[in-house]
Design a protein around this ligand. Sequence first.
Ligand SMILES: Nc1ncnc2c1ncn2[C@@H]1O[C@H](COP(=O)(O)OP(=O)(O)O)[C@@H](O)[C@H]1O
Ligand SMILES: [Mg+2]
Length: 384
Amino acid sequence: MTDDSALYIGLISGTSADSIDAALVSFEGGLPQVHATYAHPWPSTLRERMLSLMQDEAALDLDAFGHLDVEIGHCFAEAALQLLEQSGTPAHLVRAIGSHGQTIRHRPTGDYPFTMQLGDASVIAERCHIDVIADFRRADIAAGGQGAPLLPALHAMLLAKEGHARVVLNLGGIANITVLGADGTVLGFDTGPANGLLDAWCMRHRGEPFDRDGAFASSGHVDAHLLEALLADAYFALPPPKSTGREHFHLGWLAAHRALAGIRPADVQATLLELTARSVAEAIAQQTPTTADVLVCGGGTHNRRLMERLTALLAPRVVSSTAQHGIDPDFLEAAAFAWLARQRLLGLPGNLPAVTGARGSRVLGAIYSAPTDDASAWRNLGHK
Ligand SMILES: Nc1ncnc2c1ncn2[C@@H]1O[C@H](COP(=O)(O)OP(=O)(O)O)[C@@H](O)[C@H]1O
Ligand SMILES: [Mg+2]
């Protein structure tokens, strides 16, 4: 059903909700090869609505919820169609689209754990005329796992180096690490907040969607008292497996700390950046004290100040972008969802139970079929 030359598309918008990232990927010898990429901008009012929902600032009635699911689905379809058009790829050459959707809530613990991604996959299949695989996280949660992170399997395939321990750090809205052991073991979890909080504070005080190069943070000073209060959050001390999202680390969470009072906005930005760097560095030191190599992907790779602080805190480890290892740091996640789509069609697992805590490997995702020609579809069922 699936061969080496078949093309797949991976689509994702992460917790930063900065853009829908699309990658056109083939799997020669099973290894992903990215042929084209495209970042589709969110309409700004839609992005604002999604962010306020993710941060628990707005409620949604059922009609609005249904509308939003379809609206996001159309945006994902447009991302895929643009990728096809820009790369000159006819849709019939694409075996399937793996669509992560937009997470608007992630609650992997409690009596009824759940995770919720929006972006109606039927809309994507209908508009693109390509089979779509979606809903990648819930089978893992149903099996007692966190449903996240799902990137470590691909990190291991692409970046593991025999006999060497390595860490892959993804700086998205939330930061997650993959620990690649010298013996081939793979661990991974969310360390805590990254761009999500930085973006939100920057938007509130600068009116800009993100702190380019960390310039706003660089103009301030870390407030040690606030930093200590933030680092006291119970999430940081939880042992893995663990995962989190913007429903936990958002501006309301920050505002709930009394230590915030009276601190200049630039100093808060500096402190939030330091919070990311410190929580990541401490997680790495604790999980894998001897690892010498930290490879970074995700949008935070472009935040010069954040990379400087990580380099300083992680020394003498070498901190580098995955770009230096031939892998585009901005589209690794999209490529991962192309890989997960292929795994689904091959009937192979997508989760790593050692990472997510699920009670076993699970085939992830559900198939939403492309429209078929009516007459031939009925003939296949024996109807004339
Ligand atoms: N030049 C830059 N300077 C600082 N931050 C940047 C820069 N470029 C991208 N980013 C950050 O990266 C984020 C997007 O990262 P991404 O990996 O797409 O996260 P997610 O997976 O959560 O969507 C942006 O919201 C922004 O915070
Ligand atoms: Mg993104």
